[in-house]
Design a protein around this ligand. Structure first.
Ligand code: WT7
Length: 632
C-alpha cells in the first residue's frame, strides 16, 4: 500500500524527500502495486516535446490492482455502495469479490463483440454501477475508455466519439434524475445518425426498462451480452505508459480536447493522493458526489478508492430529490466518513436553509472536501458549521482534468486550513507562481500564474490525436513548465489560493467551458452575425454565462432568445446555456480585429465604471451602447 502520512512532521519530511529525490520517492510508492514485470526506470521527461514517461517498461494492469490484489484480504468487504435516485429503492452493496466477477463478465462480453487492446470505448451513461463496472472491464482488457457526461448533447457526444474513433458506445436506456426519467438511448441514436462511423456496436444497459428504438445491426443489451459470460477473465498485461483513458475537456479555443492519461503513473498517484488527502482509514465509508463523466469521478470515485481497497459510494440522483435534505440523509443512512462535493452544490443547499442538515445525524463525518472551483468564504463557513459542526476539517482541493489527481490541498488533521485557500502542495508536486514573462516569483505574499515545474506521475501525456495542441496549450507559455491556466496568490505564510482561470475558460457550477465553444454554438443560429461570451460572478454557479449577440433581421424578443438557448442545448448541452443574452450592434475590437473581452467581462460584472483605456479600440463608440443595455 502507498504510504499514509501520519502527522505534520511526516508530511514535511516526505515533501522534502520528494523534491530532493523525486525518483526515489515515487519508486517506493509505485512498488507497492502488483507489477507483472517490474519497471526498470522511474521517470523520463522533457517538457519541450513534451515527452513524459513514468515507470518505464513496467507491466501491470490497473483493474488487477483495483480488484484481484484485494481478493485475499477483502473479498467480502463492500467495494461500491450504490445509492439509488429513488430513496425507496434498496441501495446496492457490491463486495470486492462481486465487483471482480461483474468486471470479468463485462470484460469477456466486450471481447466477445471484438473489442481488443487499444480500441476506444465511449460511455454515455448515468451514475449506474454498470458505468464503474464497464470502465474497469475496459481497463482489464486494455481497451481505452472515454466517458462522456450524460448531460452532453448528441452533437457533443458525436464529436467525442469521432475524435476518439470509438468502436463501441455503452449507454443506458434512461437516466433517473429526480422525478424525471431522461432518455439516454435516443441521444446515442441521434449521435449515430449524425456520424459515429467508427462505431460497430452500441451496448444498452436496461435501467428503467422504458421504450427504446432498436437497431438489430448495432444494438445489443448489456444483460444479453454479459450475463452468460464467464466470471473469470485474466487481466491483460499492459505497459505502464499504455493509454488508460481519454477524457474530453474544454479549452480556450476550438473543440474540447481529449486529455490522455496512462496506466502506471495514474495508478500510483490516484491511490497515493486518495489515501492521504482523505486520510482514509480501514472501514471508512467514503462518498464523492461527482459524476464519473468528469475527472473527479474517475480518480476519486472509481480508481483512487478501489486501488486503496476502500468502500466508495456512487449516488445515482440529484441533491434536491426528493428534497434538499437528500445529501445529508444519505450521509446519515450510510454513516459517511469522508464527504467530497463542489462549492456550487454547497451554495445551492445553503440557500435552502440551515434546517435541512439540522434534521440529520452527521456525526460520522470526519473530513469535508471541496473541488472544482474556488470556494467562497461564506460557503466555506456554512459547510464547516452546519455539516462538519466545526469538527471536520475542510479540504479545498485544487487540481484539473490534466493533472489526474489532487495537487494542492490541506491534509485533514495534519496541516492547517484557511477559508478559500487550497494551501499546500502534495508531496511530489512542485508548484510555482510566475509573472507574465515567466519569471518565477520567490517568497510569500505574491500573486502570479500557477505553473508546475517538475513532472508528477498522473500528469497529462498528450491530447488525443493532436500532440502539438498539448504542447501549445500547456508547455509553450513558459519554458520547462506545465502551465495550468490559473492565477493564484500566496499568503504571507506560503499558503496557495487559486483565484481562477486567466484564459478564455469559464467555470460554471464547477463545469469547465470554453467561451469560444459557446460562441460557436450560438453562431450556429442563422440570424446570429457574431457573438462574444464571458463569465460573470453568479451566486450559486460561481460563474454565469453572459452572451453578447449581434443579429440581423430578427425581432429582439424572448422567442429569439429561446431559439439561441435551444441551439446551445443542441450543440453542447443544457449546462452551456447562457444565463444572460444582450443584443448589441457592435463588439469592442482592437485594430487587429480581436474582441476585447476584458471590457465585456467588466460590463457583465457590474464593473463598467472602470474600463481603462478604450481609445485604442477600432470602435470605441459601441462601448456606451453596451453599458446602456447591460443586463446587470
Ligand atoms: C479548473 C479545472 C479538478 C476536478 C474538477 C474540475 C478550477 C478546480 C479548484 C479549487 C479553485 C479550482 C481551476 C482549474 N478549480 N478546483 N479547489 N479552487 N479553482 O476539473 O474541469 O479540469 O477544471 O477548475 O480553475 O483549472 P476541470
Amino acid at each position: 500500500m502507498t504510504t499514509q502520512i501520519k502527522d505534520l512532521e511526516h508530511y514535511k519530511t516526505m515533501y522534502d524527500e520528494s523534491v530532493k529525490d523525486p525518483e526515489g520517492f515515487w519508486k517506493k510508492e509505485a512498488e507497492t502495486f502488483t507489477w507483472f514485470k517490474p519497471f526498470d526506470k522511474v521517470c523520463e521527461w522533457d517538457f519541450q516535446g513534451p515527452n513524459i514517461k513514468w515507470f518505464l517498461n513496467g507491466k501491470t494492469n490497473i483493474s488487477y490492482n483495483c480488484l484481484d490484489r484485494h481478493l485475499a484480504t477483502r473479498a467480502d468487504q463492500t467495494a461500491i455502495i450504490w445509492e439509488p435516485n429513488d430513496p425507496s429503492f434498496p441501495a446496492r452493496h457490491i463486495s470486492y469479490k462481486e465487483l471482480h466477477e461483474e468486471v470479468c463478465k463485462c470484460a469477456n462480453g466486450l471481447k466477445f463483440i471484438g473489442v481488443e487492446k487499444g480500441d476506444r470505448v465511449v460511455f454515455y451513461m448515468p451514475m449506474v454501477a454498470e458505468l464503474a463496472i464497464g470502465v474497469l472491464a475496459c481497463a482489464r482488457i486494455g481497451a481505452i475508455h472515454s466517458v462522456v457526461f450524460a448531460g452532453f448533447s448528441a452533437q457533443a457526444l458525436a464529436d467525442r466519439v469521432d475524435d476518439a474513433s470509438a468502436k463501441v458506445i455503452i449507454c443506458s436506456d434512461y437516466n433517473r434524475r429526480g422525478a424525471k426519467n431522461i432518455s439516454v438511448k435516443t441521444v446515442v441514436d441521434d449521435a449515430m445518425d449524425k456520424s459515429c462511423n467508427s462505431v460497430e456496436k452500441v451496448i444498452v444497459q436496461k435501467n428503467t426498462g422504458g421504450h427504446v428504438d432498436w437497431s438489430d445491426d448495432t444494438d445489443i443489451w448489456w444483460h444479453d451480452l454479459v450475463e452468460e459470460q464467464s466470471a473469470e477473465c485474466e487481466a491483460e498485461e499492459m505497459d505502464s505508459e499504455d493509454m488508460l483513458f481519454i477524457l474530453y475537456t474544454s479549452g480556450s479555443t476550438g473543440k474540447p480536447k481529449g486529455v490522455v492519461h496512462t496506466i502506471g503513473g495514474y495508478m500510483t498517484y490516484t491511490c497515493f493522493s486518495f489515501k492521504n488527502v482523505f486520510q482514509y482509514k480501514e472501514g471508512d465509508i467514503y462518498w464523492c458526489t461527482a459524476d464519473i463523466g468528469w475527472i473527479t469521478g474517475h480518480s476519486y470515485i472509481v480508481y483512487g478508492p478501489l486501488l486503496a481497497g476502500a468502500t466508495t459510494m456512487m449516488f445515482e440522483g440529484v441533491p434536491t430529490f426528493p428534497d434538499a435534505g437528500r445529501f445529508w440523509s444519505i450521509c446519515e443512512k450510510h454513516k459517511v466518513n469522508q464527504f467530497y462535493t463542489a462549492p456550487t452544490a454547497i451554495r445551492a443547499l445553503m440557500a435552502k436553509g440551515d434546517d435541512w442538515p439540522a434534521k440529520y445525524d452527521l456525526s460520522s463525518i470526519k473530513v469535508l472536501g471541496s473541488v472544482g472551483e474556488p470556494i467562497n468564504e461564506e460557503a466555506w463557513h456554512w459547510y464547516d458549521k452546519h455539516i462538519g459542526k466545526g469538527n471536520a476539517p475542510i479540504i479545498d482541493t485544487w487540481w484539473q482534468t490534466e493533472t489526474g489527481g489532487i495537487m494542492i490541498t490541506p491534509l485533514p488533521g495534519i496541516t492547517d486550513t484557511k477559508p478559500t485557500y487550497a494551501s499546500y502542495p502534495m508531496p511530489g508536486i512542485q508548484p510555482v507562481l510566475v509573472d507574465s514573462d515567466g519569471n518565477v516569483l520567490e517568497g510569500n505574499d505574491i500573486e502570479g500564474l500557477l505553473c508546475i515545474k517538475y513532472p508528477w506521475p498522473s500528469m497529462i501525456r498528450t491530447t488525443y490525436g493532436d500532440h502539438e495542441r498539448c504542447k501549445n496549450v500547456y508547455f509553450s507559455a513558459f519554458k520547462d513548465m506545465y502551465f495550468t491556466g490559473d492565477g493564484a496568490r500566496k499568503d504571507n505564510e506560503g499558503r496557495i489560493r487559486v483565484i481562477g482561470r486567466v484564459d478564455d475558460v469559464i467555470n460554471v457550477s464547477g463545469h469547465r467551458m470554453g467561451t469560444a465553444e459557446v460562441e460557436n454554438a450560438i453562431n450556429e443560429h442563422p440570424n446570429v452575425v457574431e457573438s462574444a461570451v464571458v463569465g460573470y460572478p453568479h451566486d450559486i454557479k460561481g460563474q454565469g454565462i453572459y452572451a453578447y449577440v449581434i443579429t440581423q433581421n430578427k425581432d429582439l424578443d424572448d422567442t429569439f432568445k429561446k431559439e439561441i438557448l435551444d441551439v446551445v442545448r443542441r450543440e453542447i448541452g443544457p449546462i452551456a446555456k447562457p444565463d444572460k443574452i444582450q443584443f448589441v450592434s457592435g463588439l469592442p475590437k482592437t485594430r487587429s480585429g480581436k474582441i476585447m473581452r476584458r471590457i465585456l467581462r467588466k460590463i457583465a460584472s457590474k464593473d463598467a465604471e472602470n474600463l481603462g483605456d478604450i481609445s485604442t479600440l477600432l470602435n470605441p463608440d459601441c462601448v456606451e451602447d453596451l453599458k446602456a443595455g447591460a443586463l446587470v
